[in-house]
Design a protein around this ligand. Structure first.
Ligand code: GLA
Length: 369
């Protein structure tokens, strides 16, 4: 029998055991565990990835299918095909289905904010368009998509409201309006605010105030998602814990919604996940084309253990951990912030096999029990 020794877990897993090792079973008493899925996974083009999802996870998020630019590409034109496939896949596999994302400044066409002459819409016209969009998308999946990332990335790292076209057309209460319309479209759906870098104190405080404000307006808000596009040294465990504690104290669910760990050299002095930022490919930025050296594999594994130990410690507050993708080959981090790199951010390798980090996070939860 092949055994995989893992110093970091303090033990070894053998082949017969690994067949039984399931993330969704291991974390059953802690939190939901899932992945964001692309269309190849749900349409049958990537059956091995689909098999991993069906076996290992109990919640799924739409990686792209429900973003405005794809689901509502032109005025009065919706393309529900990929989103329908995603929801059907989730139902077939009895998953907790999360829709992502109704309101975001990115991956939305310019026309969405414009009148026929190309000028910015008035507040009232934009509110009507927002209500129509949310009503159409949330309404279509009423009772099937169990939860929505209603607003994504509305805060700046400094703690203000991002000066997006949402803010420019509607004003800062576009956030409240989105929650109001989503609740009208499906009163039973859970509604979340989602953002990156919420571990940073100024942004954390702004997020706490935002949730308080939404609640003070009498709106339904069920949870806050920290995206979790993290690196080897950010966030600090102290900042992550502070975020979990501050958000949990609001009485809402805390979630890591887009987890992946970047071990490639940083392209610039920026921590976060602003998809508009890109850097040109240079040789030094793509050092592991032929595989991760053992020392780096261990570094990645240890970092996964460190973060999962924090999440398990606070599993009374943490409701869900979702990875942004299923396996390394199709992660967005192969193309962001530098196109064409070979990236290693997830628990399953390019050949679909579980990585040492997979066994190690299972070890982290076992230790807690
Ligand atoms: C952000 C968004 C996601 C996704 C990732 C990168 O985190 O919320 O929808 O686009 O960036 O792929």
């Amino acid at each position: 029998m092949t055994c995989i020794p893992l110093a970091v877990v303090g033990g070894a897993f053998c082949a017969r055991e690994t067949e039984q090792l399931l993330l969704r079973e291991a974390f059953r008493e802690n939190f939901l565990i899932g992945a964001a899925l692309n269309d190849d996974v749900v349409s049958g083009k990537d059956p091995r990835a689909a098999a991993i999802v069906a076996k290992q996870f109990n919640t799924i998020t739409a990686e792209n299918a429900m973003k405005w630019v794809w689901i509502h590409p032109a005025p009065n034109t919706y393309d529900f095909g990929p989103a329908d496939r995603f929801v059907e896949f989730g139902e077939k596999n009895a998953m907790w289905i999360v829709g992502h994302a109704l309101v975001w400044h990115s991956q939305i066409p310019d026309w969405a904010f414009e009148d026929d002459a190309g000028g910015l819409l008035t507040r009232n016209a934009m509110l009507a368009r927002l209500k129509d969009h949310i009503g159409s998308v949330v309404g279509r999946y009423k009772g099937r998509v169990r939860a929505w990332d209603v607003v994504n990335e509305a805060l700046t790292d400094e703690g203000g409201i991002r000066n997006s076209k949402w803010k420019q057309t509607i004003g800062e209460d576009f956030i409240a309006k989105a929650f109001e319309y989503a609740h009208q479209a499906d009163p039973d759906a859970e509604l979340y605010y989602n953002d990156f870098s919420l571990d940073k104190p100024a942004k954390r405080e702004a997020c706490v105030n935002l949730v308080k404000d939404l609640k003070a307006r009498g709106l339904r808000v069920d949870g806050v998602g920290i995206q979790g596009h993290w690196g080897m040294d950010y966030p600090t465990t102290d900042n992550l814990e502070a975020f979990i504690i501050a958000t949990g104290a609001l009485g809402v669910k805390v979630m890591v919604t887009e987890m992946d760990l970047d071990i490639l050299p940083t392209a610039w002095e920026y921590e976060g996940a602003d998809v508009s930022k890109r850097v040109a490919l240079q040789v030094g930025l793509n050092p592991y084309v032929d595989g991760l050296p053992p020392v780096m594999e261990k570094k990645l594994t240890d970092r996964y253990v460190e973060l999962f130990s924090v999440l398990c410690k606070h599993s009374d507050k943490v409701d869900r951990v979702t990875f942004w993708g299923v396996y390394d080959k199709t992660s967005w981090l192969n193309n962001w912030p530098v196109r064409g790199r070979t990236s290693y951010p997830l628990l399953f390798a390019r050949d679909y096999q579980p990585k040492p980090a997979f066994y190690a996070v299972l070890g982290a939860v076992e230790k807690k029990k």
